[in-house]
Every structure is written in C-alpha cells, then in structure tokens.
Write a protein that binds this ligand. Structure first.
Ligand code: NAG
Ligand code: NAG
Ligand code: NAG
Ligand code: NAG
Ligand code: NAG
Ligand code: NAG
Ligand code: NAG
Length: 303
C-alpha cells in the first residue's frame, strides 16, 4: 500500500514537471547577464524559477548582485522566496507599456499575492509614471512609497515574459520582518535648510517624487537657497519650459550619497539624475555653501 502511494506521488510530480514547460526559461534568460547571478541562483533555490516558467504573461523585476547582497544576505530562504515573489508581476510590461499607463498609475498583482500570505496590499505593486519619462515602482502595501525606478529593459518575449531591471528592491511591509528604512521628508528638510523656493519647485513639477524614489539608495541634492533665488545673478527660471525646468531640477541631484567632505575628492564629472542614454547631464562639483548632512544617506547642499 505504502509503495503504491509512493508511485502515485512520483507520477503526479513527473506530470507537473512536463506541464511546466512553456516558451521561456528564466534561468537561461538571466544566465546571459553576469550581474544577476545571485538573483538567478536565488530564483533556483526558492524554486520560483519553476513558477515563473510555468506561467505566461508576466514581468520579472530584477536588481543586480550588489543590491541582492545588501538586501537578502543572511535571510532565511523562505523569507527570500516571499521577498522575491513580490518582484514577479502577473502581467506583461515593457518600456512602451510602462510609459503609457492610463491615469499615470496602476496596481498590479504579484506572485506573492497567490501565496495567501500577503496582507494589507503587500501582494500588489504600484507602478507610476513620473515626470521626464521615469517610471517608479513601490509596494501596494498601505503606507508604502515608490522606492524603485525603472533602470533598463533586460529581455522581452512579447507577451509571455518581460525582464526589467529596477534600481532598488520593492519593500513590501511585513515581508522582511526587519526595521523599515528611515522615513525622510525631503521637502521639510529643504524648507528647514532655507531652500523653500526650491522645495516648492520640485513639488510643483513632480521632481520630488523622483528624488523620493531615488532616496533609498542615497541622494545628494544641490539646492539653491532662497537668498540665491532672490539674487539678480540667477537666471530667470520663469522663462524655462516645463521640460527644461524638470531637467534642470534633476540636474541638481545625484543618485548617490556624497557627503560634503567627499565632494572635494569625487572624480568629476558625476552622473546626475538627469543623466540618461539620450542626453548627458553630468555635474562638475564646485563646493561652496552650507550643507546639511544626515545619517540616512541623504545630503542637502544649500548654496
Ligand atoms: C509564448 O508562450 C506560448 C505558450 O507557452 C508559446 O506557445 C509561444 O511560443 C510563446 N511565444 C514566444 C514568442 O516564445
Ligand atoms: C532552464 O535552463 C537551465 C539552464 O540552462 C536548465 O538547467 C534547466 O533544465 C532549464 N529548465 C527547463 C524546465 O527546461
Ligand atoms: C548595481 O547597481 C548599483 C547602483 O546602480 C551600482 O552602484 C553597482 O555597481 C551595481 N553592481 C553591479 C554588480 O552591477
Ligand atoms: C501609487 O503610489 C503613488 C505615490 O505614492 C500614489 O500617488 C498613487 O495613487 C498610487 N497608485 C495607485 C493606483 O494606487
Ligand atoms: C518578526 O516577526 C515575529 C513573528 O511575527 C515577531 O515576533 C517579531 O517581533 C518580528 N521582529 C521584528 C524586528 O519586527
Ligand atoms: C513633508 O513635509 C512637507 C513640508 O513640511 C509637508 O507639507 C508634508 O505633508 C510632509 N510629508 C509627509 C509625508 O509627512
Ligand atoms: C524672459 O522672458 C521675458 C518675456 O517673455 C523677456 O522680456 C526676458 O528678456 C526674458 N529673460 C531672459 C533672461 O531670457
């Protein structure tokens, strides 16, 4: 009897393996990209690769090995599985689709939602179209912010699977059972440092959301002070088109944390938030003015 049951189980699992063969193989896709080796290994260890291969019409959000080490090392494999399943979206998104999201924002279901363990929206991902063609991602969990940006398209097999790199992991509340990163209010920091005009500009143009999305991995903002805005020497912002103003504001921020002390030694030029494939907006650092340094990896230089 026991032998018979064993045979049946073996037959069932064999059948399941056969059914799981679809057009794509995520392991093979990621094998071509050395910077996702750890991500790929984790997909195999957690068996999420089988789940991904079995399904059609999905998007896998990947991040590179440096970030995998920071985010996932030392965690129990069951926790890693949940954390990664938040990054498997049950819909197909490529860059053109991301940039034409109706209403500018969409909630999409993730593989984590299918586990029944997701609470308070943690099984969903919010995708939001930001200004300047940037796309932000965040957990659909209550109180979550957008904390990752589209970084690049890795591989697309329309409309079966899309693999996209993002700048940071999407942190769903409760998944990691770890303390949440420090919540920084960029607007209020700028206001307190005497950069009210700049704070209002970034908020009015939507650039604030890009700063916020970049902040988890470090952010350095070069903000003109209110006094500088009033000085006659400053070019007239009012004459700029909205697009030029947005580029200018993105140009005033670096997607890395550069403490004021290191600004002197940093190798010029450094890529700003306005740097992308099409246009190159790099910044040559000049150090003057006061700065506000925070432990959280955000640097505001008011000048
Ligand atoms: C997409 O998946 C379907 C079903 O597995 C498969 O028949 C089709 O060939 C796949 N398309 C591509 C372009 O691989
Ligand atoms: C997917 O590709 C990997 C690496 O090439 C291979 O080891 C694995 O057997 C493949 N999986 C399926 C279901 O074909
Ligand atoms: C991963 O991305 C971060 C941030 O963009 C970068 O600093 C790092 O060098 C990258 N690491 C790899 C292995 O590509
Ligand atoms: C996604 O998040 C943004 C920023 O927090 C929010 O404004 C937007 O309403 C959210 N989108 C959806 C569909 O809930
Ligand atoms: C982690 O989860 C356990 C059980 O849910 C809980 O007892 C513990 O306080 C949590 N730890 C943290 C740091 O939130
Ligand atoms: C951040 O600070 C600004 C200005 O002080 C305030 O208007 C805003 O409500 C704050 N945001 C949050 C999420 O607390
Ligand atoms: C800004 O525009 C106004 C009116 O359109 C014009 O008179 C002025 O010269 C412009 N200023 C600069 C700095 O281009």
């Amino acid at each position: 009897m026991a032998t018979l049951r064993l045979i049946i189980i073996l037959t069932l699992s064999f059948t399941a393996t056969v059914i799981s063969v679809t057009g794509h193989n995520i392991t093979e896709i990621l094998n071509e990209f050395p910077s996702y080796t750890l991500f790929n290994n984790y997909l195999t260890q957690t068996k999420l690769n089988d789940e991904i291969n079995r399904r059609e019409t999905l998007t896998v959000l990947v991040f590179n090995d440096t970030i995998v080490s920071e985010y996932l090392s030392g965690l129990d494999i069951s926790v890693v599985k949940n954390a990664l399943s938040v990054h498997v979206l049950l819909d197909y998104f490529d860059l053109p689709k991301l940039q034409t999201i109706g209403g500018g924002s969409v909630m999409t279901t993730t593989l984590f939602q299918t586990t029944g363990e997701a609470e308070n929206g943690a099984g969903f991902v919010n995708i939001t179209d930001l200004v300047a063609g940037k796309v932000g991602f965040g957990s659909g969990g209550s109180g979550s912010k957008l904390n990752a940006l589209f970084s690049r398209s890795v591989k697309q097999i329309p409309y079966n699977i899309s693999v996209i790199e993002i700048t940071s992991p999407i942190i769903a509340p409760g998944v990691l059972n770890r303390s949440q990163p420090l919540d920084v209010n960029i607007s209020s920091l700028l206001e307190k440092s005497g950069c009210k005009t700049f704070a209002k500009l970034i908020s009015d143009t939507g650039v604030l959301q890009i700063y916020e999305t970049t902040e988890p991995r470090g952010l350095t903002v070069f903000a003109p002070s209110d006094a500088a805005f009033n000085a006659a020497s400053l070019p007239d912002f009012k004459n700029l088109s909205n697009n030029d103003l947005i580029s200018l504001l993105l140009y005033h921020a670096l997607p890395v944390y550069v403490p004021k002390g290191s600004l002197l030694t940093v190798k010029n030029p450094i890529g700003t938030l306005a740097t992308n494939q099409v246009q190159k907006f790099d910044l040559t650092v000049r150090t003057n003015g006061d700065s506000v340094t925070l432990d959280s990896g955000v640097e505001m230089v008011c000048h």
